[in-house]
Design a protein around this ligand. Sequence first.
Ligand SMILES: NC(=O)c1ccc[n+]([C@@H]2O[C@H](COP(=O)([O-])OP(=O)(O)OC[C@H]3O[C@@H](n4cnc5c(N)ncnc54)[C@H](OP(=O)(O)O)[C@@H]3O)[C@@H](O)[C@H]2O)c1
Length: 328
Amino acid sequence: MAKTHDQTLVVEYDEAGDESVLQARVRPLAPPGPGEVLVQVVAAGINHIDGFIRSGREATWADEPFPRGSGSDFAGIVVSVGDKAFPSGTEVIGHVRAGAQAEYLVVPTTHLVRKPKDVTWEIAGGLYLAGATALATLDELRVGAGDTVVVSAAAGGVGSIEAQLARHAGARVIGTCGDRNFDYLRQVGIKPVRYGEGIADRIREVAPDGVTCFIDNFGQDGRELAAELGVPQARYRSSDDRRLTELALLQDDPDSVARGTDLLARVAELAGRRAFTLLISGFYPLADVAYAYDDLRRLHSRGKIVLGTRPVTTYWTLKARDVQEAGA
Ligand SMILES: NC(=O)c1ccc[n+]([C@@H]2O[C@H](COP(=O)([O-])OP(=O)(O)OC[C@H]3O[C@@H](n4cnc5c(N)ncnc54)[C@H](OP(=O)(O)O)[C@@H]3O)[C@@H](O)[C@H]2O)c1
């Protein structure tokens, strides 16, 4: 635990590798400078791309020196004097290039939006990269009424936001998932279709008038499937396209930060008025960050996995996840 505001617990790593290289360490904390505030982090998200950057599978930023921080998404409370827009006590959601997984963060206010009161800390902590990616993708594809959209991995972090926001925009939405997620997707208004052999026929069965748009999060056979379903090339987004969207959202030049913050503000507002619900199916204490990434890597989380800096218990909260399986 950080004892004062001049030091903080942070998640760092000293070499490329899997989640076992992650370490929680106490580090000194510089006081906020002009245009910056000190945020007491309440919850922080984890994303696949953090793991790809850490392992070296993602070469962007491969030259950054060690030790490196981990994670881009956080939500917390301004605890420094702050400024007019973000005075002390303001509840915020924010993003950074890396290093969000910490108890305290000094961050420029350009990276922050106010947390809507009705958005819980867990959701707010995991909102940035998944939410901004989902919104940017739907914007690019101009998804709206009259569309029939297929979203792959629709029960996952990005997919579940994309699918619900596409529906909110008036589209009919089909989500690919395993049998275990049928109930969940139906609950949020998405037509579930099981992935695997024969999927094209199953999609045609539920979309007899055709599919107009295809968002492939999972990235195995999406391009062939979209072509087989007659989706125009311009309205197909691959997992590689998603990689580029996420990399753009992690850049820290002023234009990229401003775009990321604008998208975050829109996502937060949509979450606040329940245009979508982000299910948190894993909530881990910050110090158990390696277990959280291991869980994510298994590719069966529902919604998001989030880290808490002050959980009320050290027991891992795997909410809304294994209920069906336990009874099966
Ligand atoms: N290209 C890149 O650089 C890049 C960047 C980010 C993410 N990704 C990939 O995008 C995918 C989803 O990311 P996310 O953050 O949304 O992930 P996530 O939250 O980890 O997604 C997990 C979901 O994937 C579903 N799933 C598992 N196997 C599937 C399959 N064969 N077909 C369709 N869905 C399947 C699971 O559903 P069930 O439990 O029902 O099986 C689960 O709901 C991941 O595979 C990730 O590696 C790629």
